[in-house]
Design a protein around this ligand. Structure first.
Ligand SMILES: Nc1nc2c(ncn2[C@@H]2O[C@H](COP(=O)(O)OP(=O)(O)OP(=O)(O)O)[C@@H](O)[C@H]2O)c(=O)[nH]1
Ligand SMILES: [Mg+2]
Length: 197
């Protein structure tokens, strides 16, 4: 996996048409950490102690296969309103206008109930017919039985029409292979389409 550039506007998005997997979720939920774990890189995407630090759309190329797209998190109350509206516009225009977008990875913290902002995102993705896999992050902070219980709860909650709910840990690597299988399953049809056109 290599860094392929940051975009502050759609004109700066990649042009080569490889399928894209977008990372979505609240600020601090672990998007950049999970992206690094899936890409087998320790610290390519910036991981921050401070929430709300990813402010651009960042593209990471995984071989000649696909792009991971690290989007700014939502729900970070301390960000100035004007700035927040700017990212929201950028993220919305990405999600609604991006042809190569093959899958949304929707991250929620395995430990917590889905927040209202998560439900807003779930409804948005459903409304626009954007396929998603839910990744329940930081599963290393829970015991095995608790992880399974949370997985069932999340299936009923933000799961909805999701293809799957997969508990993951960027710290221990738990769930990373399973998540890759879910990603490949969802991206393969997009791959076929992009080769035909
Ligand atoms: N225990 C544990 N901590 C994690 C895990 N993944 C991320 N974290 C921690 O959670 C914090 C936020 O991680 P990031 O990957 O920066 O989260 P983000 O969603 O990219 O945050 P923003 O870009 O600010 O929206 C960091 O302190 C990470 O070390 C995990 O699997 N287990
Ligand atoms: Mg981040």
């Amino acid at each position: 996996m290599t860094f392929a550039g940051s975009a502050a506007s759609p004109a700066q998005f990649p042009q080569d048409g490889l399928p894209e997997v977008a990372f979505l979720g609240r600020s601090n939920v672990g998007k950049s950490s999970l992206l690094n774990a899936l890409g087998g890189r320790k610290d390519l995407a910036r991981v921050s102690g401070q929430p709300g630090r990813t402010r651009l759309v960042n593209f990471f190329r995984v071989d000649d296969e696909l792009y991971f797209v690290d989007l700014p998190g939502y729900g970070y109350a301390k960000a100035p309103a004007a700035e927040r509206e700017g990212w929201e516009r950028l993220v919305t225009s990405y999600l609604l206008g991006r042809k190569p977008l093959a899958l949304c990875l929707f991250l929620v913290d395995a430990r917590h109930e889905a927040q209202e902002s998560d439900e807003v995102l779930r409804d948005f993705l459903d409304h626009h017919g954007l396929p998603r896999v839910v990744a329940a992050t930081k599963a290393d902070k829970l015991g095995r039985g608790e992880v399974n219980r949370r997985r069932q709860e999340l299936r009923r909650g933000v799961g909805g029409s999701a293809l799957d709910v997969v508990p993951v840990s960027a710290r221990t690597g738990e769930g990373i292979d399973e998540l890759w299988r879910a990603i490949r399953g969802a991206v393969a049809p997009a791959w076929d389409r992009s080769r035909k056109t």
